[in-house]
Design a protein around this ligand. Structure first.
Ligand code: AGP
Length: 608
């Protein structure tokens, strides 16, 4: 998943391309580069590492020119070196690419046999030589670009500039997003609207197979058959002001602290406080939840864990059978879809390739697709039958925090609505559950007052080589999420387990060096979870218990304890997410890792 930008401008574009790339750094930051036309000739600056490094290169060796393209990379083929950094170029064309060209090996062999010399190890470079070969045959830039992309298989979005063609940009997309921006005198290409927000809020999204020719402010889009195509010009909501850290040390810290506000914002979309009662505004969602014989939920990473929590709620309150799957597995296991079933896809970015592909597979198999996304203009949102939003705001930290708790908040409301629609919960129960949900922000505010304690505990956790997280019921997915948070930002190995599973193997791991983090609200499963906790303590395990006042008191002596405000069992998974986020955050700070942009990761995984 990389970020690409193109500008057919009326000013020196390198500085503004760099600004746009900063907005795309969440897509990857292994290396970066910019190419422009200087007196009609292609000129490039590239650098391994993050955008700051490219900025230093440009400061010492400025790049001029009014037509340009830029790229920030998450390496798929070839190490993150300068030679593998985009843009890739020949004497005639420079190209930036997001995605994976699956048939690049045979194309590379064919082109080498024709005398083309490759510089890099990347799949992307084949596009350069394909286009160059066609230009050598006398084709126009548009025809060369169009013929070349027709030979590519896989997923790609591309932006190109051509020697001696000032003011010309050509773009193409198949399976990876590409937006066209309309300026007064300039034209733009970008991986998403957020990147183009400083230049324009008038944006069209290309569809699979489209090729776009941008000549200054003039845009011509052609569909997969080469016919002129009209793509709606949307006025986007993407904020022009790049988010800042709000005085915090990291975006992740800011986003953890924003949770009361954004959960409240999300709940206000789903709950009418006068009842309180649930109000689903999106057309068709109540009907889908009321009539579906089964609900499939699919997502990746943290969003998948949100789905696992949702399963408990849909089955408990709506008696709706739910199957939850990892999105990257769903379409390859030849699943049995329920006739007339509904399928819910959860994604913060709305661009995760595995989730998008899973949703398309479910749709092809007759499922009503519902997308729970944080970006309403995203690819997943555009392809779904129904979109139900979260309102977490831009989440810049690679580790998902506020998006996760907003997903849980929306899922709880959807489960209550499903229960009402299926007649499995009464108006009184709906009122009780909605009242509990509305208290969530207040409880989180309370917890955030104890950050110094979390910092101290995070420093302790940072010393461990391995950490186990355990929980039962809806706390089990929270244990999984806690383990993911810790490993993805502090690089400390961690695993989440159903507490009842400890005695079936993992307890062999226990010694005084392996902290066990026990997620155990004093609910119906508390006693059983505490028994599992004591089995571990009996073998020297160091237990950090996360529970409410009663649960902490009842558990007796443990290594460490975190007290979560007493609250309805419904919102426990949301509340208990905050301590596990803060433990991971402070462990990462103690380890000195790059909390907002951990190694090897990217915010949105737009490749399979
Ligand atoms: C979460 O902390 C991770 N960054 C990652 O697992 C993420 O949740 C996953 O890639 C799904 O992303 P999405 O919600 O944008 O689809």
């Amino acid at each position: 998943m990389c970020g690409i930008v193109g500008i057919a401008g009326t000013r020196d574009v390198a500085p503004v391309i760099l600004e746009a790339l900063r907005r795309l750094e969440y897509r990857g930051y292994d290396s970066a580069g910019i190419a422009t036309l200087v007196d009609g000739q292609i000129s490039r600056r590239r650098s391994p590492g993050k955008l700051g490094k490219l900025g230093e290169v440009l400061n010492s060796n400025p790049l001029y020119g009014h037509t340009g393209i830029g790229h920030t990379r998450w390496a798929t083929h070839g190490a993150p070196t300068e030679i593998n950094a985009h843009p890739h170029a020949s004497a005639k064309v420079a190209i930036v690419h997001n995605g994976i060209i699956e048939n690049f090996r045979e194309l590379r062999e064919e082109l080498i046999a024709k005398g083309h010399k490759f510089q890099s190890e990347t799949d992307s470079e084949v596009a350069v030589h394909l286009v160059t070969d066609l230009l050598d045959q006398g084709k126009s830039p548009k025809d060369a670009a169009t013929e070349a992309v027709r030979r590519l298989t896989g997923a790609y979005s591309l932006a190109m500039i051509f020697t001696d063609h000032e003011g010309l940009l050509i773009g193409a997309r198949k399976g990876a997003p590409l937006a066209v921006g309309y300026g007064e005198k300039e034209g733009f290409l970008g991986s998403d609207a957020f990147a183009l927000a400083p230049f324009t809020n008038r944006v069209s999204y290309l569809e699979d197979g489209d090729v776009v020719v941008v000549e200054g402010p003039h845009v011509a889009i052609f569909d997969s058959a080469g016919r002129p195509a009209n793509r709606e010009i949307k006025i986007t909501s993407a904020s022009a002001s790049i988010v800042d850290k709000g005085g915090k040390r990291h975006f992740m810290a800011k986003e953890i602290a924003e949770q009361p506000e954004v959960i409240g914002h999300t709940l206000s979309h789903y709950i009418d406080p006068t009842g309180p009662s649930v109000m689903l505004r999106e057309k068709g969602v109540t009907q889908a939840l009321a009539t579906a014989p089964r609900l499939l939920i699919a997502a990746c990473g943290t969003a998948y864990y949100a789905g696992l929590v949702g399963k408990y709620w849909f089955e408990k309150f709506a008696r709706l059978s739910v199957e939850v799957d990892v999105a990257s597995e769903l379409r390859y296991r030849d699943p049995v879809y329920a006739k007339g079933g509904a399928a819910l896809f959860i994604s913060q970015s709305g661009e995760t390739a595995d989730t998008l592909a899973a949703m398309r597979h479910a749709k092809e198999n007759g499922q009503t697709t519902i997308a729970l996304v944080n970006v309403p203009e995203s690819s997943i949102a555009r392809d779904a039958d129904i979109v139900v939003p979260t309102f977490a705001g831009p989440e810049i930290g690679v580790a998902s925090t506020k998006a996760f708790t907003c997903q849980l908040s929306a899922l709880a409301a959807l489960a209550i609505a499903a229960g009402r629609a299926r007649g499995t919960i009464s108006v009184v129960e709906e009122k009780r559950l909605c009242s509990a949900l509305l208290e969530t922000p207040r409880h989180i505010v309370e917890m955030l007052k104890h950050e110094p304690k979390f910092e101290e505990l995070g420093q302790e956790i940072a010393k461990a080589r391995d950490v186990l997280y355990i929980g039962r019921g809806p706390s089990f997915p929270i244990a999984l999420e806690g383990a993911l948070k810790l490993k993805e930002i502090s690089y400390v190995h961690a695993e989440g387990y159903a507490a009842g599973e400890m005695k079936h193997g993992p307890i062999a791991l226990i010694d005084e060096n392996v902290p066990i983090i026990v997620v155990a609200p004093s609910d119906a499963l508390y006693e059983k979870t505490i028994s599992n906790m004591q089995e571990s303590m009996a073998r020297g395990g160091k237990v950090l218990l996360i529970s409410d006042k009663k649960g902490v008191a009842k558990a007796g002596k443990v290594w460490q304890a975190i007290e979560v405000p007493d609250a309805d069992a419904l919102i426990a998974p949301i509340l208990y997410s905050v301590p596990i986020q803060l433990l991971a955050y402070y462990a990462a700070v103690a380890k000195g890792t790059d909390v907002d942009q951990p190694r090897n990761l990217a915010k949105s995984v737009t490749v399979e």
